[in-house]
Ligand binder design. Structure first.
Ligand code: HEC
Length: 246
């Protein structure tokens, strides 16, 4: 009985010691693709398609650049914009031109892209598809969240019960508009060297990893036991991308 208790204590101490040195996280299993748009090998794909790949974990933001996920067709390299979402763990490529009809394209993940834990795909990620002639247009993006209308009420309802003075959880107060805006100037005590909120850079904002979960997370996913709805996490991501202001 006593020996078991001692072993439990030892286990907890080891876990604490490991948790303390886990920033940035270490390599884990291979980086895997969970889903793609369009499906691999799809034919008759609308020329309005926005190719997308969803990974099984967040990416190391230092490995994601404007070429992280691109489209090719032989020597043809259509211009366009790459967008990465921490919340959706997705890379999308929005072509800046209309794709050609009945042509084979390959959407490729750049070789250097890594998971937040240093993981790499086992084999190169390439998504091959053939366009048809259908143009379905692209869905309008969701409206931008406003600070007072959406972010403040969301954070107040879901975070302030613990993250409030006099002794805010994790040393982080999210109890008032000013406190939330100040998070942009706070560095994380869990992932050293990371900002809690990096204005304009969702992928460098520890708060988003904390609310969506990530390998190497220190402590628990937030809010503990009651994860945010994806849509709410997306609002936080968009707000940070917009500059995390009021
Ligand atoms: C039930 C209490 C509770 C709620 C609710 C809660 N947190 Fe936390 N939070 C904690 C505790 C305790 C810690 C420190 C230990 C840990 O990380 O698990 C923490 C740590 C954090 C950290 C890490 C701070 C740092 O310095 O790195 C962030 C970021 C965070 N929480 C964000 C949030 C957000 C955003 C919400 C709301 C969506 C939220 N928390 C809701 C209790 C809570």
């Amino acid at each position: 009985m006593h020996r078991r208790a001692a072993r439990d204590v030892l286990g907890v101490l080891i876990a604490l010691a490991l948790a303390g040195c886990e920033a940035p996280p270490r390599p884990g299993a291979d980086l895997a693709v969970l889903s793609t748009t369009p499906d691999e090998g799809a034919e008759n794909v609308p020329i309005s398609v926005v190719p997308r790949v969803v990974l099984d974990r967040p990416l190391d933001p230092t490995t994601v650049d404007a070429d992280a996920f691109r489209l090719y067709s032989g020597d043809l390299v259509p211009g366009g914009a790459v967008a990465y979402s921490v919340v959706d763990r997705s890379l999308t490529f929005t072509p800046g031109v209309t794709l050609r009809t009945r042509l084979a394209y390959a959407a490729r993940l750049a070789d250097g892209v890594r998971g937040i834990d240093g993981s790499a795909p086992v084999s190169p990620v390439e998504l091959v598809f053939v366009t048809g002639s259908d143009d379905r247009g692209r869905p309008a993006p969701p409206p931008d969240p406003t600070f007072d209308g959406e972010i403040l009420p969301l954070v107040t309802a879901r975070c302030s019960s613990c993250h409030a003075p006099p002794a805010p959880a994790g040393g982080l107060s999210l109890a008032s508009a000013d406190d939330i805006l100040r998070a942009a100037a706070t560095t994380s005590s869990e992932w050293l060297g990371w900002a809690v909120v990096a204005a304009g850079s969702p992928a460098r904002s520890y708060l988003l990893y904390k609310v969506t979960g990530s390998p190497g997370l220190v402590g628990r996913q937030m809010p503990p036991g009651e994860p945010l709805a994806l849509d709410d996490a997306r609002k936080l991501e968009r707000w940070i991308a917009m500059g995390a202001g009021r």
